[in-house]
Structure formats: structure tokens, C-alpha cells
Ligand binder design. Structure first.
Ligand SMILES: [Zn+2]
Length: 107
């Protein structure tokens, strides 16, 4: 999978370009199970800001968490050094999922 690095500013631009100004509509794809989830989906599961687009939505669902590594989608993957996107912000970097493409639908 292609890696890319973006500043927070570029990342926000990319989100708006793909999905518009309403951040609830921004969608991310888990690089492990390919589940697509929107920010609104994460928020509906009481995600903390640092969890959104950084870990699979499965990590927020108790039934999926119980499955551990057996979960196949949504799963329990959290962005690590293998994540497709690195967000650079003031010298700090964090790993994140890539944006979904707007035509992808949520199951
Ligand atoms: Zn996943």
C-alpha cells in the first residue's frame, strides 16, 4: 500500500476536497479489514478525537473487541507504523487511516 505524509492542513484540505466541509461525512477506510466509517459513525460510538480515523471502528464495538484478532471486519486494528498515512504536525507525527473514496458505501 502506498504511504503518504500530509501536514494537518493538507489532510484537512484533502478531507474537504473529497467529502465537503461537513466533517461528519468524512470517511476513512481501515487498511486491515477495509471497513469504511465516517466521523459521524465514530462519534455515534463515543469515539475520542484521537480515535477517529486512527483505529478501526471495530475497536469501539464491544462485541468486536471481544473477538480480538479473530475479528475480520470491522476489526481491532489501530494505526501503527504500517498505517498508510502519516500526519505531520509541528514536528510530531501520527499514523492514520487513509480517506475512503466518496463512492464507497458503508455497510
Ligand atoms: Zn478494520
Amino acid at each position: 500500500m502506498a504511504r503518504k505524509s500530509l501536514t494537518t492542513f493538507e489532510w484537512n484540505e484533502e478531507g474537504e476536497r473529497l467529502f465537503g466541509a461537513d466533517r461528519g461525512e468524512w470517511k476513512f477506510v481501515c487498511p486491515f479489514c477495509e471497513t469504511v466509517a465516517s466521523i459521524a459513525d465514530y462519534r455515534s460510538l463515543n469515539a475520542k478525537p484521537k480515535q477517529i480515523g486512527r483505529q478501526c471502528i471495530g475497536t469501539l464495538i464491544p462485541e468486536i473487541r471481544e473477538l480480538g484478532s479473530k475479528a475480520t471486519g470491522p476489526c481491532n486494528y489501530k494505526a501503527d507504523n504500517c498505517a498508510p498515512v502519516r500526519i505531520l504536525d509541528d514536528g510530531e507525527s501520527e499514523c492514520a487511516f487513509d480517506f475512503a473514496q466518496p463512492q464507497e458505501v458503508i455497510e
